[in-house]
Design a protein around this ligand. Sequence first.
Ligand SMILES: [Zn+2]
Length: 281
Amino acid sequence: MQVIGRGGANILIDYGDPTWLWRCCIRWPDLLSSNNSYTIKNISYIKDYVEPLLHGLLCPMYLIDVDIEAIRPILSDFILNLDDKVVKVIKIKNLTNNTSNLILNNHFLKSYCSQNLQTVILELKPKWLYYDTDYCRNCTHNAFKGRGTKYCYNQLLMNPAHLELIFGECTIFPVKFKAVMHEYLRNDNNIFKILYDLQKKLTKNTTPISDIKSINDVNDEHLLLMTLRDVTCFIEWNSAENALHVNIIDVDLKPKEKWTHWTKTYSQLTSSQKIYHTSNK
Ligand SMILES: [Zn+2]
């Protein structure tokens, strides 16, 4: 058993089954019971509010109880007081099974392939596909963070040819895969368009970030919007089918307490250098 991924709020554990992984919440480093309560709330939120919006593209996942003794050696590195007998774990499909070669790795895109390039996987974070400012939220935020990212998924949505910039100097991708990707991007039901439309609808129905003055101003629609601005998409292509399979992960409920972080970032961006490009908002 080993930790194979770590985010700010979760760890991903390989427990010996090649097709499934365990995802454990570590957002509260003091008490296991706090993480357990959140995980129960989170899986209901995902099933009730997020999954119905995603056109069947949510990665298979469900809640299980794991005996604390089975996981204690790992979890004790992340949580101080293991004050429960069970750990509420989200069992989630392993989306990179058999494709262990990492061929691209930057802040918003990882790509894996199988040994013979029969399978290619893109793991990407589209972030704010819709924005109601005159500047691009993704590009402006990247510039603010000094990331030097040359591409943007909002631009990809508007122009499939942007894919070449996203792949950059990585020339390993099979021609057949690139052709299927271009075809997918021209289809109005692609995942970028689905997320764009959802973000647009929710943005129009929620209080603008600039008007949030307290935790009471953060409503459920706003939390859903922030979830949809932070998802990860897996796009898998295999040569035999010459087709794409899309799965979405990282669809967690955001704690309302994060509103101070959201408003701070917003005000930092309003006074930073703006990046503009064409959008069809
Ligand atoms: Zn942009």
